[in-house]
Design a protein around this ligand. Structure first.
Ligand SMILES: Cc1ncc(COP(=O)(O)O)c(C=O)c1O
Length: 427
């Protein structure tokens, strides 16, 4: 006889508006289904994390998650969908390693003819996460070329907050056969996002665009607008923002670039730890070793919910536009009290709205005011609004699970706070 079931108390959750940057909120209906699944999945008498990952039951779960993601993003058949571990951070090395291996296999004479030097790897650095990706590439000895560092652009003041024009980027010549071009579609820490419809692939030089594999880190804005998968060679995202619990990272990769890295080693390609080899994941349907079962399962429930109940990516796109416009309108109407950290309006993120708070007429961030704003938010059950520790200020993250109504409440608090600060200045 098992103990009587504890009742689920959702009273605090129901009134909380969680604007965390990730891990972040997920739809309650999805979590309730997952709560059942973790105790008894589909009448099997076993919780989802208690059964074999090689069972038919789990295979159904992972196959449905993949099929729904394929439908949501219109992923072509010649692309693999891999569910891997290690987070976005592990993909900083895994993407480069696998694409360098593919380069070595496809261009066996390259390194020998290039005095032992590997192909250039181009990086478009628009925020903290691409900056970290470059650091990792350099640490591993890759030939990383920073095509643009947005901090160094005119008017940037050494901070992230804009996206320089493509024409100013220092891309490697296509003839030098870069292994890839790497970018991050939405920089979570800095609140910088490539303007709709996304990264300007069509503005890259034609030969470059046609020959260089393009890699996108979409960890913090996947499923919030359409993305042209076929124009990319590789797209990856950690789950813990728009998708599901942390623990699983999804890699969507063109199958022709998935190679056995050992075949490239004699041509200067890298050796790759077994679990980072995409081919191992592809050949074993992401079950090479024990996968993060719960994270895959819950992500699958989110895909199902978005696809069948919430209008798919189109529905998410419209809501993301509406929510971010509400917050930016409140910022723009604040007469300099709320100061957006992203100086270029077109590059303002729809997912992570970052701003500082200043007393009227000063234009200087006031940390005491920012603390007071965070407290005011907490009084209204709006939580996790402080900026990333590296940049400070306020960051409100408006991921897919955050509703329009919740954002309207945030905006009420923002407007009331602005009035409070104005009144203090006049007193
Ligand atoms: C855009 C982006 N890339 C990469 C990462 C790193 O992800 P992880 O912490 O899962 O390694 C994050 C984390 O927030 C992110 O926002």
């Amino acid at each position: 006889m098992s103990a009587p079931p504890p009742t689920l108390d959702l009273s605090q959750r129901d009134q909380t508006i969680n604007l965390g940057a990730g891990p972040s909120s997920l739809p309650t209906s999805v979590l309730l289904t997952a709560a059942q699944g973790i105790l008894d999945h589909d009448g099997t008498g076993m919780g989802l994390t208690e059964l074999s990952h090689r069972s038919g039951t789990f295979k159904k779960v992972i196959e449905k998650a993949e099929a729904d993601l394929r439908a949501l993003l219109a992923i072509p058949d010649d692309y693999a969908v891999l569910f891997v571990q290690g987070g976005g951070t592990e993909q900083f090395s895994a993407t480069a390693l696998n694409l360098l291996a593919a380069h070595a296999v496809h261009n066996p004479d390259y390194v020998r003819n290039n005095n032992g030097q590997g192909p250039p790897c181009d990086y478009v650095v628009t925020g903290s996460w691409t900056s970290k990706a470059v650091k990792e590439a350099r640490r591993l000895g890759f030939n990383a070329n920073v095509a643009v560092d947005a901090r160094k652009a005119e008017g940037a003041d050494g901070k992230f907050g804009m996206i320089p024009e493509v024409s100013t980027w220092n891309l490697s010549p296509a003839q030098s056969k870069p292994a890839f071009l790497y970018y991050c579609d939405n920089e979570t820490v800095d609140g910088v996002e490539f303007p709709n419809p996304g990264f300007p692939i069509d503005r890259l030089p034609k030969e470059y665009r046609d020959t260089v594999p393009i890699v996108a880190d979409c960890s913090s804005n996947i499923l919030s607008r359409p993305i042209d998968v076929a124009a990319h060679s590789l797209i990856f995202f950690g789950a813990q923002k728009n998708v599901g619990p942390s623990g699983v990272t999804v890699v969507i990769v063109r199958k022709s670039l998935v190679v056995d890295p050992d075949l490239g080693v004699e041509h200067g390609g890298p050796r790759i730890p077994t679990t980072l080899v995409y081919k191992n994941m592809l050949d074993n349907a992401s079950l090479y070793n024990t996968p993060p079962m719960f994270a895959i399962y819950a992500s699958g429930l989110v895909f199902d919910d978005l696809l069948r109940n919430k209008g798919g990516v189109q529905g998410a796109t419209e809501r993301a536009q509406q929510k971010s416009r509400l917050v930016y309108d409140a910022i723009d109407a604040s007469e300099g009290i709320l100061i957006p950290t992203v100086r270029q309006p077109g590059a303002r993120s729809r997912m992570n709205v970052t701003f500082r708070i200043a007393r009227p007429g000063t234009a200087t961030p006031d940390e005491a005011l920012e603390d007071r704003f965070a407290k005011r938010c907490a009084e209204h059950h709006i939580v996790q609004v402080k900026g990333h520790r590296s940049v400070g200020g306020i960051r409100t993250s408006l991921y897919n699970a955050v509703t329009v109504e919740q954002v309207q409440k945030l905006v009420e608090v923002m407007r009331a706070f602005v009035q409070e600060v104005k009144a203090e200045a006049q007193a």
